[in-house]
Design a protein around this ligand. Structure first.
Ligand SMILES: CCCCCCCCCC(=O)SCCNC(=O)CCNC(=O)[C@H](O)C(C)(C)COP(=O)(O)OP(=O)(O)OC[C@H]1O[C@@H](n2cnc3c(N)ncnc32)[C@H](O)[C@@H]1OP(=O)(O)O
Length: 205
């Protein structure tokens, strides 16, 4: 599923993707640059003015494009964009590309960003799979970092529901660079007590 195919919400359209994408570009450049003192003062003033301009357009929670974009893997100021290629009731897979703004050590992804990507990717998958009306909450997310994760090229990402026990969904996920396992996650997502997973055939207790 490409970003364009996922632009089906009134809150997220092509203009929003350009807007968020250009902000991502700015974040990448800020992470790479060491402006001299004079340029830094000028840029600080420009950033402050820009923040004030954007602040003129603040809206309530439900009308914010970031709420929908971030939950769909689309370009977002903070979350990591990804594409879902295969999506079934118990498993999902796609691609993720980390940007320069996600770097920890040179040319590799910061470990905390990898955990954030897993949380978003798995949380949305669980919500799609076990019930769109249910809001999955991360109870735990254990990440094993197996090899350095490169920035700037497409990596594969996949997840599957290992089991569902009442309100608990146990999920496993991984990010790979070709044949190389970069990181894997073991997570528990819990459905709120006043809701219940609609359930998946073949899973459950
Ligand atoms: C449509 C929108 C979808 C959005 C998805 C986007 C992805 C983002 C997802 C997130 O990041 S959510 C934000 C991060 N997570 C949190 O802030 C959750 C904070 N914690 C809680 O709200 C509650 O602790 C929690 C909902 C996880 C559980 O509280 P509950 O009162 O609902 O349940 P309870 O404590 O009774 O636990 C239910 C079961 O889960 C088990 N459990 C809960 N936390 C556990 C834990 N940490 N480890 C192991 N087991 C755990 C607990 O033992 C129990 O097992 P049993 O039913 O077998 O007795």
């Amino acid at each position: 599923m490409t970003a364009a195919e996922r632009v089906d919400d009134q809150h997220v359209d092509d203009r929003y993707l350009d807007y968020a994408g250009s902000f991502n570009r700015l974040e990448d450049e800020v992470c790479l640059a060491a402006p001299p003192e004079s340029a830094m003062s000028e840029l600080t003033a420009d950033f402050s003015a820009l923040a004030a301009r954007v602040a003129e357009h603040r809206v309530d929670y439900d009308r914010r494009p970031t709420r929908y974009a971030g939950m769909s893997g689309l370009p977002h100021p903070i979350l990591v964009p990804y594409e879902v290629h295969e999506d079934g009731p118990t498993s999902t897979s796609g691609t993720v590309e980390f940007g320069l703004r996600h770097m920890g050590n040179e040319n590799v992804v910061h470990g905390g960003i990898i955990s954030m990507m897993f949380d978003d990717f798995i949380g949305m998958f669980v919500s799609r799979s076990l019930g769109s009306g249910s809001s999955a909450r991360t109870a735990y997310l254990n990440v094993d970092y197996r090899s350095m994760t490169p920035v700037g090229r497409p990596l594969s990402v996949s997840a599957e529901i290992a089991s569902v026990q009442g309100r608990k969904a146990f999920v496993e996920a991984r990010i790979c660079d070709g044949e190389t396992l970069c990181a894997e996650a073991h997570a528990l997502f819990v459905c709120p007590a006043d809701q219940m997973w609609p359930g998946v055939a073949g899973l459950g207790d």
